[in-house]
Design a protein. Structure first.
Length: 368
């Protein structure tokens, strides 16, 4: 055999061995679950309800159709009318840094009679939930949720069962998400007065589900099933179907883990596509083609995701809306008129604010 031929054969063998050992040493990162594209949306009318806001975060609609909105950094609780008039209702002391501050807000299920407002906020010692009436000093309802400059969670919402659900983050302590005695990295469930419901999955414990990294979206479908959005670390963001006592895997799993110890997400996104915050199902909405769809606001992804689901809660299609048009999107909520209101978040320290930011957008059918 010639020397030249020997060199060629040796080179081929070495190349094959290199490829084989590289494949063994570096497992492939699984691709996110990507359902087919949803049926294209109808023509949308996108209008601006309000401008000049500062890192808006939470949104709740009053019985008269006006909205309460929180600003994370200023601590302002604002009242916004459907015509776009904005006025400050009160300022709430919140001293969090980074991603902390005045975050989610929710109205009591009996707001028309009790006038109670609930808010999730950061202090120098913890994240906490407070409740109050407009103009009154907030009273602590649930304290001791770990706080950090990142991963504070903060979304709160009353469920169809009348209980208050609270999304928290791991507050930079990854292991706390698996510790059911920690309030970090969880979805919590408490009574309106802050007590623990007797049917919670862990006795005398507000923890409803665990193994979460940073929950900033809570919403229910028409059957009363809870879904939550969750920030991933470097690879995959998640939308999860939440069950009582469920373990969603963080920090052992990010995205789909194929591990029977943990519950799998119903869909995942690359972190560049989403960084999902607020979420909402459209119920009896003003856009019939979107009825029953799930909407997820994306921060880093700078888009609004529309998800279609089947009767078992499996995601059957996805569509990206508003991509790159309005920057970072913090929250989405259904307004009393059936339209969708979307909060931008370009003044949160991670965006590129344009003139007029931040804004409340309104999405409706072009034919309305």
């Amino acid at each position: 055999m010639s020397r030249r031929r020997t060199i060629v054969i040796t080179s081929i063998v070495l190349l094959v061995l290199f490829i084989a050992t590289s494949a063994c040493g570096t497992p492939a990162v699984p691709a996110p679950s990507t359902p087919p594209a949803a049926k294209p949306s109808p023509q949308l009318a996108v209008s601006v309800v309000a401008r000049g806001l500062e890192a808006p975060w939470g949104l709740a609609f009053l019985p008269d159709g006006r909205a309460l909105m929180s600003e994370r950094d200023s601590g302002k609780l604002l009242i916004v009318t459907p015509s776009g008039h904005v006025e400050e209702a009160q300022r709430i002391a919140a001293s969090g840094s980074g991603e902390g501050g005045l975050l989610g807000i929710a109205l009591s299920p009996n707001y028309a009679s009790d006038g109670l407002i609930y808010a999730y906020l950061s202090t120098g010692e913890d994240n906490r939930v407070v409740r109050f009436r407009l103009g009154e000093e907030p009273a602590p309802l649930l304290t001791g949720i770990p706080v950090s400059s990142i991963h504070n969670g903060g979304r709160i919402a009353f469920g169809p069962d009348g209980m208050l659900y609270i999304g928290t983050g791991d507050a930079s302590n990854r292991g706390s998400a698996q510790d059911i005695n920690s309030l970090a990295g969880k979805i919590l469930r408490v009574k309106p007065d802050g007590g623990v419901p007797p049917d919670n999955p862990f006795p005398n414990n507000p923890v409803y589900s665990f193994g979460h990294r940073n929950v900033q979206g809570l919403t229910w479908d028409a059957s009363g099933q809870l879904y939550a959005t969750e920030f991933g670390q470097n690879s995959f963001d998640e939308v999860n179907r939440i069950v009582a006592g469920g373990n969603y895997g963080w920090p052992e799993v990010e995205g789909t883990g194929n591990n029977e110890r943990y519950l799998e997400p119903v869909t995942t996104f690359r972190t560049t596509e989403a960084s999902p915050s607020g979420a909402a199902f459209l119920h009896n909405g003003a856009i019939p083609a979107w009825e029953g769809n799930l909407f997820v606001a994306g921060l880093r992804g700078e888009r609004l995701w529309r998800l279609t689901l089947d009767s078992h809660g499996a995601v059957t299609g996805r569509e990206s809306l508003l991509q790159g048009e309005y920057g970072r999107l913090r929250h989405v909520a259904q307004a009393p008129d059936g339209s969708l209101w979307v909060l931008t978040s370009n003044r949160d320290g991670r965006g590129n604010p344009a003139a007029g930011d931040d804004r409340i957008l309104r999405l409706a059918n072009m034919l309305q």
